[in-house]
Design a protein around this ligand. Sequence first.
Ligand code: ZN
Length: 129
Amino acid sequence: MDIQTTTRTELIDITDRVRAIVKEGGIKDGICVISTRHTTSGIIINENERGLRNDILGMLESLVPENKSYVHNSIDDNADAHLRAVLLGNSAVLPIEDGHLVLGTWQSVFFVELDGPRNRSVTIKIIGS
Ligand code: ZN
């Protein structure tokens, strides 16, 4: 799945695209792995509410401030993005039951851009029967 991000940091809801891929896969019972290939992005599952999306980005800024003297910044000036990616993790696993992704009412799957804008790639792997 290709994702074009538009700002340096943002949460992009990819739930509908993941659901469509699961549907196409025709698996009734199994698991779905959603994985980002990049070292400055993450995959998380949480509520898609505008204020909360901003709060999550605010939390990352509080925990890992953008403007701090990191060693990696002498290489390509994006250490904060790598460190934030470490906190979020690069993948999520969700169950598939009756052919559908198992998500709670308020759960959405997000690709989290931490050093955009860029062209990104997310891999979806479905295992089951
Ligand atoms: Zn870097």
